[in-house]
Design a protein around this ligand. Structure first.
Ligand code: ADP
Ligand code: MG
Ligand code: MG
Length: 204
């Protein structure tokens, strides 16, 4: 893996296309144990981030990730906006100065981003949030020596599915208590799509 600035921008563009396509699906997940806006939030945030990056000019992936972070922070809204914003800010600061992002740098950046999500959300794994995809995916990456996009997608899908069995302790879904069991977390699903989009870029 040697993620260039151009590929970083392509990742955000690809994620944007996916979020436009999956807007209704994510919103429907959030309707069951939330307020039904997660798809709208993600589609709005990534649309703005993709436009911002297309219009900008960046020397490094970190610079592009920083602009993406600021845009996601202000445009996604809801609980997930500050969370995705802080995670992308960490991806940026952790890779600062690098011409391209190596796999080792990516592993470290993902680790820092996941820690920052946990801190910002005051949540842990098994609370039935997006952390239940960020966490297991990051842990899986740490023991890998190379990128395997198809395996990434399997691991991400597996983590997202597992949120069905969990009881929500954070965010709006927590109000549903035991009734939240049996339903997938919307933020776990959007995190799956975000990194599946990166896997697709790395396959090309
Ligand atoms: P809102 O709940 O404000 O409408 P969204 O619908 O956009 O915001 O996002 C909901 C998602 O945010 C949840 O599915 C969950 O994954 C994530 N989330 C909510 N609260 C937390 C938290 N404290 N820590 C981590 N993730 C959270
Ligand atoms: Mg919501
Ligand atoms: Mg909301």
């Amino acid at each position: 893996m040697n993620l260039t600035t151009q590929e970083t921008i392509q990742w955000i563009e690809r994620a944007n296309s996916v979020f436009q396509e999956k807007k209704d699906e994510l919103t429907e997940l959030d309707q069951v144990i939330g307020d039904g806006d997660h798809g709208i939030n993600m589609a709005r945030g990534f649309q703005a981030a993709a436009e911002k990056l297309q219009a900008g000019s960046y020397a490094t992936p970190s610079d592009a990730l920083k602009d993406a972070a600021m845009t996601l922070l202000s445009k996604i809204g809801g609980a997930s906006g500050p969370l995705y914003g802080s995670a992308f800010l960490k991806l940026s600061s952790s890779t600062k100065g690098a011409e391209t992002i190596s796999f080792d740098q990516f592993k470290e950046a993902m680790s820092e981003a996941t820690d920052s999500l946990k801190m910002r959300g005051k949540a842990e794994e098994s609370d039935k949030t997006m952390i239940d995809v960020w966490g297991p995916f990051t842990a899986y990456l740490q023991v890998q020596s190379d990128v395997q996009p198809d395996e990434w997608i399997e691991k991400l899908a597996d983590a997202k599915e597992k949120t069905k069995d969990m009881q929500a302790n954070k965010g709006r879904a927590a109000y549903y208590k035991e009734k939240s069991v049996g339903h997938m977390d919307a933020g776990a699903a959007s995190t799956y799509y975000l990194f599946a989009a990166l896997a697709e870029i790395l396959k090309e």
